[in-house]
Design a protein around this ligand. Structure first.
Ligand code: GSH
Length: 216
């Protein structure tokens, strides 16, 4: 099994968390041609984003799709609860993260530099991200795990998103962005110490700092 993409990507981290939890061996490579938009990589994944999974003859883009594939191919050490309503909750939390937090967060990511910042776009991104966090706070079932009492696909997706919530909002004067969301705040600290999620978050931190240093 091969995963294309760097460890600082929240979407690569989501897939890596599932792989580590299930104990599946994999190789990790950066996109050939040096970018997710290179011709070589676009032949593998025409969406031009990371991650992509290649498993024998199966090539899949999109982190959520890859995680569902892994869950079905390797049902041992499940990442979906048995209960139907809980399964719906996992999918709902992942949808909220991908649409209602990541989308406004990406708007903010393009406005990090105060010198070139479009303040109206930044304000829209900030408001949207905080609304998304508030929605997510309401759907979280606990502060140890997102749904029920065990790791699920929601815990593969949410902690890497919260990593970038911290990084991005710190550029807008909010260095403790989860203070108003007590369940998410406690969850973040619990996940940073979790035996599977903690090391993945550490890898995000190390590789992201290296990326920033290489650009400085
Ligand atoms: N919905 C996609 C999002 C993937 C995504 O946005 N990846 C970013 C990195 S975090 C990317 O590949 N960006 C490269 C680019 O846009 O050129 C997923 O869940 O896999």
């Amino acid at each position: 099994m091969k995963i294309y993409g760097p460890s600082f990507s929240p979407f690569v981290s989501r897939v890596r968390t599932a792989l580590h939890h299930k104990g599946i061996a994999y190789e990790q490579e950066l996109p050939p041609g040096g970018s997710a938009r290179s011709e070589e990589y676009l032949r593998i994944n025409p969406i031009g984003k990371v991650p992509t999974m290649v498993d024998g003859g199966v090539t899949l883009p999109e982190s959520e799709v890859i995680c569902e594939y892994l869950e079905e191919k390797y049902p041992q050490k499940p990442l979906m609860p048995a209960d139907l309503a809980a399964r719906g909750k996992v999918r709902l939390i992942n949808r909220v993260g991908d649409i209602y937090i990541v989308v406004p967060l990406f708007t903010l990511f393009a406005q990090l530099n105060p010198a070139t910042r479009d303040q109206a776009l930044a304000d829209t991104g900030l408001a949207g991200t905080r609304t998304g966090l508030s929605i997510l706070e309401g759907f979280m079932e606990g502060d140890e795990y997102a749904v029920g009492g065990a790791l699920t696909l929601a815990d593969c997706a949410v902690p890497p998103i919260l990593f970038f919530v911290h990084y991005i909002l710190s550029h807008f004067g909010d260095s403790e962005p989860l203070t108003n969301y007590p369940r998410l705040d406690a969850y973040w600290w619990n996940m940073s110490k979790h035996q599977i999620c903690g090391p993945i978050l550490d890898d995000m931190d190390t590789t992201f700092k290296a990326l920033l240093a290489s650009r400085a």
